[in-house]
Ligand binder design. Sequence first.
Ligand code: NAD
Ligand code: DAU
Length: 366
Amino acid sequence: MVRKLILNNFVKIFKMAKIILITGGAGFIGSHVVRLFVNKYPEYKIINLDKLTYAGNLENLNDISGKSNYVFEKGDITDNQLVSKLFEKHKFSGIIHLAAESHVDRSISDPGAFINTNILGTVNLLNAARNLWKDDFEGKLFYHISTDEVYGSLGETGYFTEETAYDPRSPYSASKASSDHLVRAYMHTYKLPVVLTNCSNNYGANQFPEKLIPLAVNNIKNNKQIPIYGKGENIRDWLFVNDHASAIDLVYHKGTNGETYNIGGNNEWTNIDLIHKLCEIMDEKLGRKKGESAKLITFVKDRAGHDMRYAIDSSKIQNELGWKPSLQFEEGLEKTVDWYLENETWLNNILTGKYEQYYEEQYHKR
Ligand code: NAD
Ligand code: DAU
């Protein structure tokens, strides 16, 4: 009886065991997804494939790097020999594809890397998945992580739904839109099991300080000007990164094959209001006089082709899968500020010569 029970449990665990490739797992969102999966599913094997570009940082994963269900593979998703070898070696049953060039400003000054990684890299992974899984797609899934930016820019009203027509307007969003189309094309043409999510702006721990929130936190801390593009009237819908990771977990396990789910925080802020809120929090945390940090706000030349407003209608994932964001924005922002202030070494390790060079090129011409 006991032996039968043990055997049944063993069979159950074996059936549940998954070998999942997570690409871009050393980046901002990827590291939160890797951590969640490694800790929550000890019976899974999680392989993190990352090229470690300027945005990839293994320090993001220090706490789980020694776990027995975690493997790191350094490599480029555009390298088809390496990708084929890895698929052959690990026989993945699922892929969560996050690796990408992700910063809009960099895509404006140098689109090439975005075309290579975001489009060609995705095709490479799609081909490898198709080749490994052949026509036996049972229990397999290619999960593509995309962005709300593929839908373009909204006016004062309305929301992006899963039916909104694509209208990408930066090299970054155009490259992400291309990759989304390719993923859907592989589903229609080859019946590859896929699922896609398009998420709004994430914030939280481990975000590279080129993006608005960590850049502003770092500048406020160091009494440097906070560069606000244009008049600061552009609107973004902010979501705490751990809430994005929990949505990814849910969609990976419960999402319907072939479907797209929009993920957002229902949390719209103009950039200028957001920065004022951040300044208030930082004044308090740094023991500064009220209004002191806001003096650093500086309006600079606008981003070329700057999308005005993003806002996500996330009712599909909420109604069908029961997901919802766990945090109010102010609480999340405070947690984020605390993290950056407590993790000075993480930040200092990034602020090397290369970062300075990027910062000079990006902001001193404005
Ligand atoms: P990130 O720039 O912080 O991390 C990207 C990771 O991908 C890095 O670790 C980098 O080393 C790796 N990478 C880049 N090129 C690679 C290549 N050729 N081969 C292997 N690895 C490579 O990005 P992020 O903000 O964490 O975004 C992750 C994904 O989520 C992206 O696909 C992005 O489009 C999407 N997304 C981001 C946001 C956001 O607000 N940050 C919102 C919605 C969707
Ligand atoms: O919407 C999802 C997208 O959000 C993701 O797909 C992208 O990978 C991610 O980078 C982010 O794109 P944004 O361009 O919206 O994020 P960013 O942090 O660069 O800028 C947020 C807003 O702040 C945007 O309106 C531009 C503005 N901004 C940004 C920077 C870096 C400034 O005003 N000053 C700045 O210095």
